[in-house]
Design a protein around this ligand. Structure first.
Ligand code: C2E
Ligand code: MG
Ligand code: MG
Ligand code: MG
Length: 288
């Protein structure tokens, strides 16, 4: 019945709206419905220590299991969510689902979540995260919040204050897609971060492009000077991995090691990649 009501509403607007706008409205209402009806899914991609091939962290990546279109990738709906305000309920769902999963994982694993600008700027983020992790019996240090340069650059003072607050609450902070934004080196120095993620645009041609190699080398040097963990995104080949290791970046995320996986497949990988339970502190991993 709700669906029918929605359609007649569109019909009412038909004359005034062009086809593009109408389709957008339809996609917005589909996404809203999808979030409410539990159609979002999380996949998890390992961050791997290239020297040991062990999983040292996991990034949660959202997908939309659309009843008609199948599995829709975030590139096809995150922008829409951001433009329509649906990004807040979406981020809340992702945080909840990530913590729910994390509560069953080995205690040394942390999960990274992409935080969109409206959620990052929201007045009570620290308190809401505290309530979330407490509800799942988790330490805040098991949650890595990924933010981007553009989010911090729109209001640098507020951004830095928010980062300090989250850091004081015990959360880990990562700067995603580093190198693609507009932050200057002096800005990065003022951001109280734990981690820099080198955007995959710089990793892609590492083997053939000397300029990209120089850029990546300087990002790695910057990370070392600022005492930040550095992670390379989009590592697809052994050649890229070898160059990154030579340049001093040994934590990699990419198809070379694993694609984003549903939780059971990720758990199997965690079990295989971590040292045997007998030598590891804490409870053994829950089998998938
Ligand atoms: P991101 O945060 O930079 O995530 C990494 C993206 O790179 C993921 O794409 C991942 O699947 C892809 N990737 C990883 N390794 C490789 C590789 O070796 N080669 C290539 N070509 N790609 C690789 P995905 O899952 O499609 O997500 C795209 C973007 O959508 C993310 O980029 C992030 O900005 C956004 N996103 C994903 N999940 C969420 C979410 O829960 N909330 C928000 N706000 N944004 C999200
Ligand atoms: Mg990310
Ligand atoms: Mg990103
Ligand atoms: Mg990224």
């Amino acid at each position: 019945a709700a669906k029918r009501a929605g359609r007649s509403q569109y019909r009412y607007f038909d004359e005034g709206l062009n086809a593009v706008a109408r389709e957008r409205l339809e996609r917005e209402s589909e996404l809203r419905h999808g979030i409410e009806q539990g159609q979002l899914r999380l996949h998890f991609q390992p961050k791997v220590d290239a020297t040991t091939r062990r999983v040292v962290g996991v990034e949660a990546l959202v997908r939309w299991q659309h009843p008609r279109l199948g599995l829709v990738m975030p590139g096809d709906f995150i922008a829409l969510a951001e433009e329509t305000g649906l990004i807040q309920p979406l981020t809340d769902w992702v945080l909840e689902a990530a913590c729910e999963a994390l509560a069953h994982w080995p205690p040394e694993v942390a999960v990274s979540v992409n935080i969109a600008a409206p959620s990052f700027a929201g007045a009570d983020l620290g308190e809401r995260l505290d309530a979330l992790v407490a509800r799942h019996g988790l330490q805040p240090g098991r949650l890595v919040l990924e933010v981007t340069e553009s989010m911090l650059m729109s209001d640098t003072t507020a951004g830095i204050a928010r980062l300090h607050e989250l850091r004081e609450h015990g959360y880990l902070l990562s700067l995603d897609d580093f190198g693609t934004g507009y932050s200057s080196l002096s800005h990065v120095k003022r951001f109280p971060l734990h981690e820099l993620k080198i955007d995959r645009a710089f990793v892609r041609d590492l083997y053939s492009d000397g300029k990209d190699r120089a850029l990546v080398a300087s990002i790695i040097t910057l990370a070392r000077l600022l005492d930040l963990q550095v992670v390379a995104e989009g590592v697809e080949t052994e050649q890229q991995a070898a160059i990154l290791c030579e340049l001093g970046c040994t934590v990699h995320q990419g198809y070379l090691y694993a694609r984003p996986l549903p939780e059971p497949a990720l758990l199997a990988l965690l079990g295989a990649a971590l040292p045997p339970a007998a030598t590891r502190p804490g409870p053994p991993p829950v089998p998938p």
